[in-house]
Design a protein around this ligand. Structure first.
Ligand code: COA
Length: 183
C-alpha cells in the first residue's frame, strides 16, 4: 500500500490518503532526526544554532531539544504542536502549528525530506493539519514563505489559502470555516 500508478507518464505518485500525522514524541523523534540529517538542510528544519556546520553532534542535540520543548503541545510553553508526517507508514517530515497572539489563530510551517518532495505529500499533510487545527478550536491558519518557494506556494494555494505578497515574503491565510467541508 502507499503507491499507485498515476498520469500518462506512468510516474509513481503517493496516494494522498496514506499520509498521516503523529504528534512528535520520544518514539518518532530519532526517525525524524534521521530523515532531517539525511535529506534536509538544518535551516529548513530548525532555528539557527551556534554549532559546527552540517549535521554535527551539537546540531543533532539541538534538534532533539527544539522538538522536546514542544512535546506539551498548544497549551505548553511554546504554544506549538509538532507532528511527524508519515507516508506509507514511514516518517518523511514534520508539520507544526503554533499559537498566534489572536485567539483562534495558529501559524503553520513544514518540511519534507528531499525524496518525499514533489509527490503531493505536502498538500495532504497540510489538509490533515487543518483538520487538527479545526478540532483544536482554531478558525484561522496562517503561514509565511517566500515567492521563490514554488512548492510551498503551490501547497498553500491547493489548500485554499488567500495569498498576499509583501516584498519577497508571501503571507498566506486559510480560514477554516470556508476551507473545510461541513461536518
Ligand atoms: C515546500 C514543501 C513542503 C512542498 O511539499 P511537496 O509535497 O513537495 O509539494 P507538492 O508535491 O504538493 O508540490 C506542490 C506543487 O509545487 C510544484 N513544485 C514543487 N517544487 C517545485 C519547484 N522547485 N519548481 C516548480 N514547481 C515546484 C509541484 O510540481 C507541485 O505542483 P502540482 O501540484 O501542480 O503537481 C517541500 O517541497 C519541502 O519540504 N521543501 C523544503 C522545506 C520548505 O521549503 N518548507 C516550507 C517553508 S515555508
Amino acid at each position: 500500500m502507499g503507491w499507485t500508478w498515476a498520469g500518462e507518464g506512468g510516474r509513481l505518485r503517493h496516494v494522498a490518503g496514506t499520509v498521516r500525522l503523529d504528534p512528535v514524541d520520544e518514539q518518532n523523534l530519532e526517525p525524524l532526526l534521521s530523515v532531517a540529517a539525511a535529506e534536509a538542510e538544518p535551516l529548513d528544519v530548525m532555528p539557527p544554532v551556534e554549532a559546527p556546520a552540517g549535521w554535527s553532534h551539537a546540531r543533532r542535540e539541538a534538534f532533539r531539544e527544539f522538538h522536546r520543548a514542544s512535546f506539551a503541545g498548544l497549551d505548553g510553553p511554546t504554544g506549538t504542536r509538532m507532528y511527524a508526517i508519515l507516508a506509507g507508514g514511514e516518517v518523511v517530515g514534520m508539520i507544526r502549528m503554533s499559537r498566534r497572539d489572536e485567539p483562534g489563530a495558529v501559524e503553520t510551517g513544514m518540511w519534507l525530506g528531499r525524496s518525499a518532495r514533489g509527490q503531493g505529500i505536502g498538500a495532504a499533510a497540510l489538509r490533515e493539519l487543518l483538520q487538527e487545527a479545526a478540532a483544536a478550536g482554531m478558525r484561522l491558519v496562517v503561514a509565511e514563505t517566500t515567492a521563490d518557494n514554488l512548492g510551498a506556494v503551490s501547497v498553500l494555494e491547493k489548500c485554499g489559502a488567500k495569498l498576499r505578497t509583501d516584498g519577497k515574503k508571501v503571507l498566506a491565510e486559510i480560514c477554516l470555516d470556508s476551507a473545510l467541508p461541513p461536518v
